[in-house]
Ligand binder design. Structure first.
Ligand SMILES: Cc1cc2nc3c(=O)[nH]c(=O)nc-3n(C[C@H](O)[C@H](O)[C@H](O)COP(=O)(O)OP(=O)(O)OC[C@H]3O[C@@H](n4cnc5c(N)ncnc54)[C@H](O)[C@@H]3O)c2cc1C
Length: 474
């Protein structure tokens, strides 16, 4: 006789708490088989290198949480389910949806097939506060501007689902799984152990980070979130992306602080940043072309430049602009970059160097622990001015004044660009202005100790304004 089982399919919901699919299976008596399927072929993107490192470590942690009973597969999910159905009496299958376009499409096929053999087949929303298909304007078209989307569209709807955690009655523990290593997720590079240094990967650490951020970092979030040196951002993005903490848990935990707190504007700002994440997924859902194409098609005529040498220097943090270089090195060394700096390095690549936003998007995709199809594509389209509610083409971040304003102590720059440590603060933001006598005194030679700026800010800005204004007329 075949064993009766239920199956929970882990996707980007690598947690046991507030997991709607697990909550659903908790009401059934069959033991639950927990599976993870690495399915790159039919997804929109191969997971980037940093993403794989995060995923590997997350799966290792999750497997420990369920006493080594997580079963790993590689391949097309439907085939794997068919084999499981041959072998077991599968009574229920459920999962939390991934809202990437190819995953949504294949879910329809998988559900239809599974329902021929399995009594209960269900998918849930475990990663978004609001269902993108339900938030529409009065004329039933999708929003394209953040504020009305969030304020009229989301906040006027019934509030998000409250977080709930249930345990399944029994875990199915008699399946001999392939090892996690067989998924071959971790590249054999020294870089891997380095980027992990600053992170503890796993559900429990996401909860810890949330609690400590709400206790210490949230107080000055509205202002402090702009300063990369300050500890006023949560750094929760990789955990949110991989589902180690649900947005609902964050939403309600931060909301609960409202009652006994006088820093409501910080709380509201934090909630609205979660709203920006919703907006990114919303755009991906309604305009899936944003992955590869300009949302505003008039930019399709724009002639981008391609200079491999410049691109390499941007990637490796050797542009000669300290805040840009600090950001790019932060990314390489930690798998993360502060939001303000993402905007600065992005603007520099797209506007001062006139490179296609896709180039930057792909590099971020490979290097970010939080690399997220929705937020990365919409973030880059925002910077380039090609997206919805995007920065206008004439907003070109000046990397010198941005650094003076948002890294006034210079500590962020110096953390990643230590070769500038002897420069007086005044020249830290523009080392090429260091007077000759100071250069001699400090034994500092531009071009030897630190790169000569790749492009002149004024000229490259004018060139970009001219190039972009030709699009404006289209
Ligand atoms: C060019 C560019 C690329 C980006 N790529 C990604 C990406 O691949 N993955 C990613 O998660 N975010 C991306 N972002 C958005 C943002 O930079 C990060 O979410 C944020 O820096 C994460 O840090 P945090 O967790 O400390 O943020 P916090 O300030 O603590 O914010 C809390 C959470 O809100 C969400 N959030 C905050 N700001 C944004 C935003 N602007 N857009 C969408 N969600 C937001 C994130 O889930 C974040 O973890 C990108 C932004 C830009 C400009």
């Amino acid at each position: 006789m075949k064993d009766k089982i239920a199956i929970h399919w882990f996707r980007k919901d690598l947690r046991l708490s507030d997991n709607p699919s697990i909550n659903y299976l908790a009401s059934f008596s069959e033991p639950v088989l927990f599976i993870f399927i690495l399915n790159e072929e039919s997804s929109n993107r191969y997971i980037g290198a940093a993403g794989k490192v995060w995923l590997h470590n997350s799966l290792e942690y999750l497997n420990k949480q369920i006493s080594g009973n997580l079963v790993f597969f590689k391949g097309w999910p439907l085939e794997i389910f068919e084999k499981l159905i041959d072998r077991f009496d599968v009574r229920s299958v459920s999962w939390n949806r991934s809202y990437e376009p190819n995953d949504l499409e294949s879910d329809i096929i998988i559900k239809k097939k599974l329902r021929q053999n399995v009594d209960n087949v269900k998918s849930f929303n475990g990663s978004l506060l609001w269902e993108p298909s339900e938030v529409l304007k009065n004329d039933s078209s999708p929003y394209k501007v953040f504020t009305p989307f969030y304020k009229k569209g989301c906040l006027n709807r019934p509030p998000p689902r409250q977080p709930v955690t249930k345990k399944v009655k029994k875990i199915f523990d008699s399946f001999k799984s392939n090892s996690l290593e067989s998924l071959n997720l971790v590249p054999k590079k020294k870089w891997v152990s380095n980027i992990k240094n600053e992170w503890k990967i796993g559900e429990e650490y996401a909860q810890e980070l949330m609690n400590s951020f709400f206790k210490y970092g949230l107080k000055d979030y509205k202002e402090g979130r702009n300063f990369p040196e300050k500890k006023n951002v949560s750094r929760l993005s990789p955990y949110i992306h991989w589902g180690q903490i649900s947005p609902n848990t964050l939403w309600y935990n931060v909301q609960n602080l409202e009652k006994n707190n006088d820093s409501n504007e910080n709380i509201e700002t934090f909630k609205s940043e979660l709203g920006w994440r919703e907006f990114s997924y919303y755009l991906l859902y309604h305009f899936p072309q944003i992955i590869n194409k300009n949302l505003q098609s008039k930019f399709d005529h724009f002639v981008w430049e391609e200079n491999n040498e410049y691109f390499k220097l941007w990637k490796t943090g050797k542009t000669g602009y300290p805040i840009v270089d600090a950001g790019m090195r932060e990314l390489w060394q930690t798998g993360y970059m502060h939001n303000r700096v993402r905007m600065i390095v992005g603007s520099f690549l797209v506007k001062n160097l006139l490179h296609h936003w896709k180039k930057g998007e792909e590099w971020f995709w490979d290097c970010l622990f939080d690399a997220d199809l929705a937020s990365n594509c919409s973030g880059w389209q925002w910077v380039a001015g090609t997206g919805a509610d995007a920065a206008p083409y004439f907003r070109i971040f000046n990397p010198v004044t941005q650094a003076q304003k948002f890294d006034p102590t210079g500590n962020y720059i110096l953390k990643y660009v230590p070769e500038l440590k002897n420069l007086p603060l005044k020249y830290l933001y523009s080392p090429w202005e260091l007077p000759d006598e100071l250069c001699d005194q400090l034994n500092f030679k531009l071009g030897i100790n630190y790169p000569i700026p790749l492009v002149d800010l004024k000229n490259s800005r004018e060139k970009a304004l001219n190039a972009f204004s030709s699009i404006k007329k289209k």
